[in-house]
Ligand binder design. Structure first.
Ligand code: NAP
Ligand code: MG
Length: 499
């Protein structure tokens, strides 16, 4: 049985149901319904924003220690239901249970624990006299009510990345998860209540992006929109934010390059590429999608990746022996299949995969690990986000060419460089346009370090104390030290004249 939450939305500390149409949550490994909920209408979104607005003054005024204690409790509450969270994540998103247990859930809990601590070390410039007559101090204040929108690929992690820095800094939140995957976000809200998070600090509304999501991001009561999702929806939301003057944080798509130099350890690069391309069935915004391999190592790399991809086991998501699950939906599977088919049509060669498995997996949204060569740099499969288990491999000849190709896409979220030459590595990490560059690895993340994009991948940071730059505003307080009525600088504006 899949664990299910107490209602379709969580507003002002209460579970309830929206006033809109019913939506089904499916297990993409079988196509079976696991839950359903009624979508939230603009009136439901209003109620959620009102609850967050009511909760704001007390939460913003709580001491860092008070906020930290509650968030520390949230980490422990999540730990207590870790297996239920893993089961729900696997059921709704089609993740192999090993991934949910070893990556999604512990990573989320670690992030909560990190922000419980970080809540106490919000800092800024020291107070000082920058003019002889004044003392300046800095206040770091919350923004207000944050409207957050999360995607379906890592539902619990993305909810945590959105909620934790915001509430640690004293904001209140209304969060909309993706319609396909709301379960673990609602379970997060449930756990926050058990941890003693005051009602209204975290609210979850639920429903499609174009209705419920749009009602949230265009609501006049929110001070900030924090969005993780596709570049196209992000730009649409940026237009709404611009019209309303709403502060904005955008974490958008990616198309990470994976650059393998001639001096690289090819076995390490092959193993790294397969893991980084197939993690979460490739539905990872930092996944390795374009490997650029020095021509002298190209054949070895392609053969190694093809062989290793051939050992990856697709299977039922609850089987701990399954390596790769389905895509999140048949729609997403069909999108990926169409991209690969168009690449084939345009002259690319599919060395492995490029189809859905039949047999026992036929009812699920499965797609085989896929390796593509001979696609041009300008081709769709190299330029656009696939968001599936597909790696394209292209050759290069010189270091500068590798960097030029790596940068030649609209995105800039993540990248890796594989070399044993420290100068090459340093040069590449400086030149590659991405929010994260790995050296001789690709994927690992840590709560202490920031995640975020450059170029079409958006701006602003998730995780780490850098995220407080998004969720706080700095106030300068300047206090007169002299107690003098006639201040010397007044003389510049008006001369003191005798009557
Ligand atoms: P998406 O279609 O952009 O949706 C993301 C979220 O936005 C969902 O909750 C969606 O709701 C909502 N939404 C859609 N239209 C909206 C609108 N008009 N107003 C308000 N909200 C709206 O992206 P996705 O397909 O779910 O997720 C995959 C994408 O996310 C990929 O491009 C991936 O790279 C990106 N991503 C980026 C990061 C990062 O950190 N940079 C992390 C993870 C994913 P519904 O789905 O319920 O309609
Ligand atoms: Mg979508």
């Amino acid at each position: 049985m899949t664990p299910t939450p107490g209602g379709g939305h969580f507003v002002g500390g209460r579970f309830g149901d929206g006033g809109g149409d019913r939506h089904r949550v499916l297990d993409p490994s079988t196509g079976e319904e696991i839950w359903s909920f009624a979508a939230d209408t603009p009136a439901d979104v209003d109620a959620a924003v009102a609850a967050a607005t009511t909760a704001l003054p007390a939460w913003a005024g709580a001491t860092p220690a008070e906020r930290s204690t509650i968030l520390g409790g949230l980490a422990r509450e999540l730990e207590a239901v870790a297996e239920e969270l893993a089961q729900a994540e696997t059921a709704q998103a089609g993740k192999p249970i090993r991934l949910s247990r070893e990556f999604d859930v512990p990573g989320s809990i670690d992030n909560v624990a990190f922000f419980a601590g970080a809540a106490r070390v919000l800092d800024g410039k020291a107070s000082a006299e920058y003019s002889a007559d004044h003392t300046s101090t800095i206040r770091r204040e919350p923004i207000g009510v944050v409207g957050s929108i999360a995607p379906w690929n890592y539902p619990l992690q993305m909810a945590v990345w959105k909620v934790l820095p915001a509430v640690a800094a004293g904001n209140t939140v209304v969060l909309k998860p993706a319609e396909l995957t709301p379960l673990t976000t609602l379970m997060l809200a449930e756990a926050s209540q058990r941890a003693g998070l005051p009602a209204g600090v975290l609210n979850v509304v639920n429903g499609p992006g174009r209705s419920t999501g749009e009602a949230l991001v265009s609501h006049p009561g929110i001070a900030m929109t924090s969005f993780t999702g596709s570049t196209s929806v992000g730009r649409h939301i940026a237009g709404i934010a611009a019209a309303n003057g709403t502060r904005l944080h955008l974490e958008l798509g990616g198309k990470a390059p994976f650059v393998v130099h001639d001096d690289a350890d090819v076995e390490a690069a092959v193993r790294g590429a397969v893991a980084a391309a197939l993690i979460n069935t490739g539905q990872d915004c930092t996944a390795a999608t374009r490997a650029y391999v020095h021509r002298s190592r190209f054949a070895d790399f392609v053969e190694g990746v093809a062989d290793l991809m051939g050992t990856v086991r697709l299977g039922p998501t609850r089987d701990p022996d399954t390596d790769q699950g389905p895509l999140v939906s048949t729609t997403q599977r069909d999108r990926v299949a169409a991209l690969v088919d168009r690449a084939r049509g345009a002259g690319a060669r599919v060395v492995r995969g490029g189809r859905s498995p039949g047999g026992a997996l036929e009812g699920g949204a499965y797609y085989e690990p896929t390796l593509v060569v001979d696609a041009g740099q300008r081709s769709e499969i190299v330029q656009q986000e696939v968001f599936g288990p597909v790696l394209a491999v292209l050759p290069f000849d010189g270091d500068d060419e590798a960097i030029r190709l790596a940068n030649d896409v609209p995105f800039g979220l993540a990248a890796s460089v594989w070399t044993r030459d420290v100068y090459r590595a340093q040069h590449a990490t400086r030149e590659i346009q991405a929010g994260t560059v790995w050296v001789n690895d690709h994927i690992p993340i840590v709560s202490e370090m920031p995640h975020g994009g450059q170029k079409g991948s958006g701006y602003g940071k998730d995780m780490s104390t850098y995220s407080f730059e998004e969720y706080t505003q700095v106030k300068h307080v300047m206090s007169d030290l002299t107690g003098v009525a006639a201040k010397p600088w007044h003389e510049t504006v008006y001369r003191t004249r005798r009557a």
